[in-house]
Design a protein around this ligand. Structure first.
Ligand code: ACM
Length: 535
């Protein structure tokens, strides 16, 4: 009898070991072949790094630390033997990797440190609570080089620690660009030594609007701020992101969305003798930088000089969105500049300013990024904009922005207002989140997921100019990081998949199931998320 039970147990075990296990990976890999069985990683995991350059050994060390932290086990690197073996091979795609998992061990092959990093991310994501990995072969590489997330820290401030939580998420979902929207009408968040009032006066709003799904909208009747990062905090975030293979791209929005700076330094506005206050409400202010005043243009350059000293990235985003020209029409300096430029169209002042600031960035070894209005606003001088070869971030009208950029031979990136603005309302019921932007017109996760970011292109070759996709988050309606996460997730993951996975691999129902599996890790790490698609 005992014999029979033992045999039955063995049979079940054998069937179990031979079964194909589900592979839960978001973003979905480029190619995945599941085989039978599993690899059980030992409690003392060893990673074989024979003849590896220091940079890859370092990558393995960071993985070992993360793996040990997440699983509460010990992990070491070794030269001769290891359950996970690393192999470097030349000629694989940038950020690409191959992962082969068999019952006796795993081999991770890549060319670059980034490739190893993403292979390690896949292992971290796939490993089950019992330490097992499903046997499979993965050949993976991203669809787009730019896979971004933008966070607005002006309308509401998020601490460096809160930002890092997002960087952790981005890395896990293989996103590689953090676009940090550091300044806007409602608050200036980056210290500039030459202009200290930016982070005293400019970082404090006289009042704060709170929005809540249940309680509605009200003013706190208290100043909000001063809130800004220190330069050390910014350096720390950049270093933290670098370890996660995330590039941090700062945005200093100008010449519009500049009220906080003008509250601190009204002499650079078009109406220096009037009162300028950090804005409390959302919307588009007519109070913009006086681009006709050489001292105001120099102010912008001085600010960017310190921004460039802090941020090693090649790319500096200088805004260029939603800039009304009314203040310029009525201003003597601006009228004189228009006469000098031989134009009667005030919008051309913005194009001239873009060229001026863009050239300044180029002279300093950087490249400008701009919102699409720089090329889609009526009367923009496209020749001037083109001269500084900006990358166009297209949001609204998003397809037109990409198309226009491509027509001009400029690179472009898609962050559609109607699909990738993940600050907007989630599908109902909005039980937890604030009354977010567009609550009356929410973006369902399925809409985000099924959006085709390439549909603007009439010819496939136009897509050679497309750099990638971005999830964008504006914080007017979000008072804390709990709401931020609730609104952002799972739509962030839908954009991550658009950035990484081949379009033909996409399937919303499959994504939904993978997200359901991910909620264990999200809950364990205290991330808030909208659960509505799980029902
Ligand atoms: C934007 O949403 N104003 C870029």
């Amino acid at each position: 009898m005992r014999h029979l039970i033992l045999s039955l147990c063995l049979a079940v075990f054998t069937i179990g070991a031979k079964a194909q296990l589900a592979v839960n990976l978001t973003p979905k890999p480029k190619s995945l072949t599941v085989s039978t069985g599993k690899l059980v990683l030992p409690n003392k995991l060893t990673i074989k790094c024979k003849s590896m350059p220091d940079s890859i050994v370092n990558e393995a060390r960071l993985f070992a630390e993360q793996y040990s932290k997440e699983r509460g086990t010990k992990t070491k690197l070794a030269k001769r033997k290891g359950t996970i073996a690393l192999e470097q091979r030349s000629g694989m795609p940038a950020e690409g990797y191959r992962l082969v998992i068999t019952p006796s061990g795993a081999t991770l092959t890549a060319t670059t440190t980034a490739g190893f990093f993403y292979g390690f991310q896949s292992i971290l994501k796939m490993v089950a609570d019992d330490g097992s990995l499903p046997c499979c072969t993965i050949d993976d590489a991203p669809k787009w080089g730019y896979r971004g997330f933008m966070l607005d820290v002006s309308r509401h401030f998020f601490s460096a620690a809160e930002v890092k939580r997002f960087l952790d998420l981005m890395a896990r979902y293989k996103m590689n660009a953090f676009h940090w929207h550091l300044t806007d009408d409602q608050g200036w968040r980056i210290p500039i030594d030459k202009y200290p009032k930016l982070t005293t006066v400019g970082a404090t709003a006289p009042n704060l609007r709170m929005n809540d799904m249940v309680k509605g909208s009200w003013m706190t009747d208290k100043p909000y701020g001063p809130y800004s990062y220190t330069k050390d905090e910014i350096r720390d975030v950049i270093a933290y992101a670098k370890r996660l293979h995330i590039e941090v791209i700062p945005e200093v929005d100008m010449p519009g969305h500049f009220v906080a700076a003008l509250a601190a330094y009204p002499e650079y506005s078009c109406t220096p003798n009037e009162k300028h206050e950090v804005w409390v409400n959302g919307g588009i202010s007519e109070d913009v930088l006086n681009v006709g005043n050489p001292a105001a243009v120099q102010f912008a350059k001085d600010v960017l000089t310190e921004v460039m000293q802090l941020f090693p990235t090649k790319y500096i985003h200088i805004g260029g969105d939603e800039c009304p020209v009314k203040a310029w029409q009525d201003n003597a300096d601006c009228k004189a500049l228009m006469a000098k430029l031989g134009t009667d169209k005030p919008r051309q002042l913005q194009s001239w300013f873009i060229r001026e600031i863009g050239q300044f960035l180029i002279d300093n070894g950087r490249r400008p990024i701009l919102w699409n209005e720089s090329v889609t606003a009526g009367n923009a001088n496209l020749d001037w904009v083109k001269e500084v070869n900006p990358i166009i971030f297209s949001w609204f009208p998003a397809e037109d922005g990409c198309r226009k950029a491509a027509e001009l031979g400029l690179q472009t990136m898609m962050t559609s207002y109607s699909a990738y603005y993940i600050c907007r309302g989630q599908e109902p019921p909005m039980t937890k989140a604030t009354v977010a932007r567009g609550t009356s017109n929410p973006i369902y996760t399925k809409t985000t997921y099924n959006y085709d970011p390439t549909k603007w292109a009439a010819k496939p070759e136009q897509l050679d100019l497309m750099t990638g996709v971005q999830a964008t988050f504006w914080a007017e309606h979000v008072v804390d990081s709990c709401y931020l996460e609730w609104l952002a997730l799972p739509r962030l993951f839908a954009v991550a998949e658009a950035g990484w996975s081949p379009a033909e691999q996409k399937n919303f129902e499959d994504f939904r199931q993978r997200f359901a599996a991910d909620t264990t890790w999200l809950r364990r790490n205290n991330y808030q998320f909208c659960p509505n698609i799980l029902k």
